[in-house]
Write a protein that binds this ligand. Structure first.
Ligand SMILES: Nc1ncnc2c1ncn2[C@@H]1O[C@H](COP(=O)(O)OP(=O)(O)OP(=O)(O)O)[C@@H](O)[C@H]1O
Ligand SMILES: [Zn+2]
Ligand SMILES: [Zn+2]
Length: 807
């Protein structure tokens, strides 16, 4: 029997990134690895996670105060995944473990005040004699009711803080933490008769008149076929007090049942039995046996838009469930993917737990307890669902695996795909990655044999892919048309509106203010050394390369065609909406972008209204391009296909290609065929040509060559180091020093250190940010070196392994 445990305290401070030892008091002897506990830490009580039991007994240790879980919250798979995460992403183990807890902590700590162990009443009386009477009242209250919080005290007097300060100063009170468990399982009380119905009826008769409530309760129980819940009693205005009185007399019994909150009562669809398409059958023919082996395998399902990937996921999950194993289904953003959630709900009902950002911490806890207890088998949600306590994990699905929302942009800066692969490897689980436009890194890995590759090249029912027209906006200008809506787009919309079909218009606005484009010839100013668009810094009106620091002034005329139409930064959604309204006064247009969608569920509402046919045209940014499956959408217009191309980002072409393909994929998914108009200043760019031709292969061939030549991922790993601080000069000095140190560091000899350069948004809330980029083929060595330099524990530094945003 072990007497000592190693505990990771749930405090995200980097300086505490090591386990602390505690002893186990005799009454908590059954504590296990993976349990959350309450421990004394300094003069506080904090939550801790037990990561190991030590055989040795060590003298002089503090002991654990309380066990918060009777079943360990962390199983070995979760614990090892957290360890992997902290090693790979250079975060502390507590930062990694917090990911696995709804609300990041199982306890809530409130500061409270109470009487000290001994009080010198005489001295207290002297001190208070000079003070207003309020002081005495408050102190008496604290002595009688303590520990009490400031909030409690604020109910008694308007400004308790000053008085508390005085009491603390003179040691009349001490502060103490009130620690409460979070996400307590909500319970319902069940009330039953403890005596025979005859006895109860007799007693009811003999109760005096003033016991009306007790009589009502007995009558209610006599009338009810079985028992009653407190909620039912409330409707009869029967209080807890009455229940207590009858229970004390031994007439009734009460017991508590856990009540699981389930806030997602979404409408269930009826799924008719379908025959699998040959490609779906082929995919499942590979995936299902893999699930059966119980060994880790990963698949990449590269299925064109509308090829029926969701059904493959559902059947794979059904197989995992048949084997009594659990499944995690990740979607990029729950608010934009209600259709897939509805399909899972329809197929699996209550076995599905849906995690979305609107859930309270309590609801999350309940949901996760249901998974932990095996009462639910499937969790579907955004990247955080990956950390669900699924002890029987057999399958992880990542839909739209190329989406950048899978990367967490705060510490720990993990990518859900990588963590999923690590967790599944540790659990012997299968991973299915699905996308019409896989990330270049993922596709490369599949070609290398790291993932089993499954192509799905046909749409369901062999519906043709939509026909795409590329419009050269330079030609439009040359022909005197200045509208943001080209003639071809206008013609297409006129036709489909006349047939009462619907259209989606995508305005790809991202990055518009960061680069300079010539409207006449489409030329974008690029760095001659890095082939990346120069970033426009409005504050200094200069152009800079964020990869090699080259600087240029902004030209007044285009260096290629001498046009004065350079410095074009594009149009916003509002402007496009006005142009559409002017061209189609009768059309019902709904706009969806950051400005119109305050709450997250607003997306959902807009999409459902559009799907229901309340609107003819859905106009918006990126978010209109994704995920939805609306049969009456036959036309897609892309206002500015190439804006993302000009982002000073080596993934610019990939982002553009993915967006065009996904957007085009919204058209013609039903019986009616679809059409797409893509407006661009770069019709000869490979991402545009491949996007228009639905040709992933062509895009990939081009892209991978570029990546190989310039040593970008997948041929190297990147690490982004951000130095930040309030003082610009210090930040720059520290960054320069760090870059110099890194260049000299022995373990980084083979790595390229690039920068420092100011972040593209170089000042946020008065904090300056400067980036250093490391390109390496030896990430583990570099990571070790960075950890050795103590970077991970510096407060002014953020280390981002495999950054998605390099700006
Ligand atoms: N075997 C089948 N028989 C009939 N209809 C099917 C079949 N499989 C899928 N479908 C239907 O085909 C449509 C497209 O399927 P789904 O939405 O799964 O495509 P997808 O591959 O996920 O596309 P995207 O990548 O664009 O999201 C859906 O309406 C779906 O219900
Ligand atoms: Zn030009
Ligand atoms: Zn450059």
């Amino acid at each position: 029997m072990s007497n000592t445990v190693q505990v990771i305290v749930n405090i995200p401070a980097r300086s505490l990134d090591k386990p602390f030892s505690y002893t186990i008091p005799a009454h908590l002897a059954n504590v296990q690895v993976g349990c959350r506990v309450l421990v004394p830490f300094g003069n506080r009580k904090v939550e801790g996670f037990i990561i190991s039991l030590e055989p040795e007994k060590t003298e002089g240790l503090k002991s654990i105060l309380e066990i918060l879980d009777h079943v360990p919250w962390f199983d070995s798979n979760m614990l090892n995944t957290a360890r992997w995460l902290s090693d790979y992403y250079l975060c502390s183990l507590s930062e990694a473990m917090r990911l696995f807890i709804p609300g990041q902590s199982g306890i809530k700590t409130q500061k409270a005040y109470q009487a000290p162990a001994s009080v010198d009443f005489e001295q207290a009386a002297v001190l208070l004699s000079k003070k207003p009477a309020e002081f005495r009242t408050l102190l008496t209250y604290i002595y009688e009711h303590g520990p009490v919080t400031l909030t409690d005290l604020a109910k008694l007097t308007s400004d308790p803080a000053a008085m508390i300060k005085f009491f603390l100063q003179h040691k009349l009170i001490i502060s103490a933490d009130i620690v409460s468990k979070r996400g307590k399982a909500s319970v319902t009380t069940i009330i039953d008769l403890a005596v025979s119905r005859e006895t109860a009826a007799q007693i009811e008769q003999t109760l005096p008149k003033n016991k009306a409530a007790q009589r009502r309760l007995l009558n209610a129980l006599l009338a009810a076929p079985g028992n009653l819940t407190t909620a039912q009693l409330r409707s009869l205005s029967i209080t807890q007090d009455t229940v207590k009185k009858l229970a004390e007399q031994g007439l009734i019994t009460t017991r508590q049942l856990p009540l699981f909150r389930n806030s997602y009562a979404g409408g269930c669809l009826q799924t008719p039995a379908v025959n699998l398409t040959p490609e779906q059958a082929y995919a499942l023919g590979l995936i299902i046996p893999a699930i059966n082996t119980g060994l880790h395998t990963s698949f990449l399902v590269h299925g064109v838009t509308g090829s029926g990937k969701t059904l493959v996921y559902i059947r794979a999950v059904a197989e995992a469930r048949r084997l009594n194993r659990q499944a995690i289904v990740l979607v990029p953003e729950i608010a934009l993917t209600s259709q897939i959630v509805a399909r899972f709900k329809a197929a699996f009902g209550e076995d599905v737990v849906v995690m979305h950002s609107k859930l309270s911490v309590g609801e999350r806890h309940d949901a996760w307890r249901r998974l932990q207890a095996g009462q639910a088998g499937i969790v579907i949600g955004a990247r955080s669902a990956l950390f669900a306590p699924a002890g029987q994990l057999g399958l992880i699905i990542i839909d739209e695996e190329h989406e950048f929302t899978y990367k967490q942009e705060e510490t720990p800066r993990y990518h859900a795909r990588e963590v999923a692969l690590a967790r599944a490897r540790l659990a012997g689980a299968v991973v299915v990655l699905g996308s019409a436009t896989p990330a270049v890194e993922t596709y490369y890995k599949a070609r290398q044999g790291d993932h089993v590759f499954i192509p799905m090249n046909q749409r369901v029912d062999n519906t043709p892919m939509p026909e795409v027209t590329v419009v050269d906006m330079r030609q439009e200008l040359a022909q005197g048309r200045r509208s943001v809506i080209s003639q071809a787009l206008k013609d297409m919309l006129t036709e489909i509106l006349a047939r009462q079909e619907q259209a989606v218009i995508l305005l790809n606005r991202r990055g518009y203010s960061t680069f300079v484009l010539c409207r006449e010839c489409g030329h974008v100013l690029k760095c001659p050394h890095c082939d990346i668009a120069l970033v426009y810094h409005a504050s200094a009106t200069v152009l800079r390369c964020h990869y090699c620091r080259e600087r240029h002034t902004v030209p007044d005329i285009c260096p290629v065609c001498s046009s004065r139409y350079i410095r074009y930064f594009g149009a916003g959604t509002q402007k496009v909406e006005e142009a559409l309204a002017a061209a189609f006064p009768a059309a019902r247009i709904i706009r969806m972008d950051q400005d119109t969608t305050g709450g997250k569920m607003a997306h959902d509402k807009i999409l459902s209204a559009f799907a229901a046919g309340t609107y003819d045209i859905l106009l918006g940014t990126q978010m209109v391009a994704k995920g939805h499956d609306i049969p009456n959408v036959t036309a897609v217009g892309i206002i500015s296909a190439d804006t993302a191309l000009n982002l000073p980002d080596f993934r610019a072409a990939e982002k553009t290609f993915a967006l065009l393909t996904q957007a085009a994929g919204r058209a013609g998914r039903g019986k009616k065929s679809g059409r797409v108009v893509m407006q661009t200043y770069n019709p000869e760019h490979y991402a545009i040509i491949a996007g228009a031709g639905h040709n992933y292969q062509a895009f990939y061939q081009h892209e991978i060559t570029f990546r190989r030549q310039l040593h970008y991922p997948p041929y190297a790993n990147l690490v982004k180091i951000t130095v930040h601080g309030a003082d610009e000069i210090t930040v720059h000095r520290n960054a320069n020093q760090l870059a110099a140190d890194l260049t000299q560091a022995p373990g980084l000899a083979d790595a390229a250190v690039i920068g420092p350069f100011p972040a593209s948004v170089n000042k946020i809330k008065d904090i300056f940010r400067v980036n250093i980029l490391i390109k390496t083929q030896e990430l583990p060595t570099v990571a070790k070196q960075l950890a050795g330099l103590g970077l991970a524990s510096r407060r002014d530094i953020i280390v981002d392994i495999d950054p998605i945003n390099v700006l």
